[in-house]
Design a binder for this molecule. Sequence first.
Ligand SMILES: Cc1cc2nc3c(=O)[nH]c(=O)nc-3n(C[C@H](O)[C@H](O)[C@H](O)COP(=O)(O)OP(=O)(O)OC[C@H]3O[C@@H](n4cnc5c(N)ncnc54)[C@H](O)[C@@H]3O)c2cc1C
Length: 456
Amino acid sequence: MKRSLARQFTKILGRENFSLDPCDLRTYSYDASGLSFMPEAVALPTDLEQVVRVMKLANSAGIPVYPRGAGTGTTGGALAEIPGLVLCLSRMNRILSVNTANLTVEAEPGAITGSIQAHVEKSGLLYPPDPASLGFCTIGGNVATGAGGARAVKYGVTRDYVMSLQIVLPGGKVVETGTRTAKGVVGYNLARLMVGSEGTLGVITRVLLRLVPAPKAVGTLLAFFPGPSEACKGLVSLFTRGVLPRCVELLDRLSLECVKDSLPVSMPRGTRAMLLAEVDGSLPAVREETQEMASVFQAAGASGLHVAESPEQAARFWKARRSLSPAIRRLGYPDKVSEDICVPRDALPEMMRRLEDAGRRFDITILSFGHAGDGNLHVNLLTDLGQPELKRHCHEAVDWIMEQTLSLGGTVSGEHGTGITKRPYLSMELGADAIGLMKGIKGVFDPRGILNPGKL
Ligand SMILES: Cc1cc2nc3c(=O)[nH]c(=O)nc-3n(C[C@H](O)[C@H](O)[C@H](O)COP(=O)(O)OP(=O)(O)OC[C@H]3O[C@@H](n4cnc5c(N)ncnc54)[C@H](O)[C@@H]3O)c2cc1C
């Protein structure tokens, strides 16, 4: 970056909020995708005014800007693929207000999702979206990626809770989008358009979210199955029997291998899949539905069932599930290529069958787990990309898996977004007309193309 430009950014942000230090640049060159691109500079604004002035200057200088939250994204969405300025919102992290009459919470974009949840729980309220990364991802990042989570089965995802957003456009214009009311149909829904826009349209600087009353009781059930197809059939039966769980998580045999030591109960011999399911509501309803879930799972072939007897035990079940992503490394494969496919729920048994087929067909180890209640699977291909033959097998397997997903009416990303890593599959899913419209929208928001260029 030219010295004169760096001096102007420093003037806007102060020395403590702007860095050219190679150590800082290295830190902000990563996210959870495993990719790395060195930015030219890092800005850490502390208020709206600084964001506005940074965006104005960057736009007039034509320098690329990469909005960033906590960098937990798994697709490289926050990375400076073309050298430019990382604009990290983590210092704008205040929870501004909770309104118990309107059931809303308002926060700055850098607020950690789990902190917002803990904060509103004190008022007997629930912010339902719960990405597994909630202890360290930001609400701005959640909105920008349209993050999901386990409880989406009953409650939906981030987009279902965004009421209004304040955004800063590349030229520095501040726009209020959406409404502060429960209803509102005036004009195009720009707040909704921002959800999942992955930092390509505007910088989110304030978020107003809808809340719901916290449920009185939660029932948590662990069920072990002889195979993933029995587990998937069990979960599909729940819905056909009229039970609406708040979440159903699936772990396949290899996933269980990774977390078996953190599971607080023992697994029956021959277990090859596990479901972790929850219902919530009033205490009598929860008791009844937990029983019903257990009998549905038993009928589908479950070989072991455990109902959590206390919130602490339920938390231990969840701890095992949440420890999975990092635990996969323990299997000792040098590389993990993670996909985030989603199919209609009733296509899940067939998708699991095709994934097993993919493992055999391309001679590659595949580990699948995820928010199966939504048909959303995190498919991990474990390999050594340093070996050309294995790399080729892996790429062929991913292409095949994406084709199978789309042929079952699915999508190539259920919640992680496109970023860099899913870009090759975008045109497999979207037609030329839809892509043309999207490019038109991008041009209206960001005519000079400085925001997260090349992404999506
Ligand atoms: C262990 C682990 C578990 C995970 N579990 C889940 C899960 O269950 N569900 C799920 O959906 N995801 C999950 N993720 C992925 C990730 O946590 C989410 O995508 C999250 O929403 C990213 O938030 P972030 O603050 O880290 O954003 P970043 O990674 O910093 O950025 C992500 C994208 O958002 C944009 N962005 C960030 N902040 C802003 C802003 N203020 N304005 C405009 N654009 C912005 C960036 O440009 C980028 O495109 C997981 C990741 C990990 C590492």
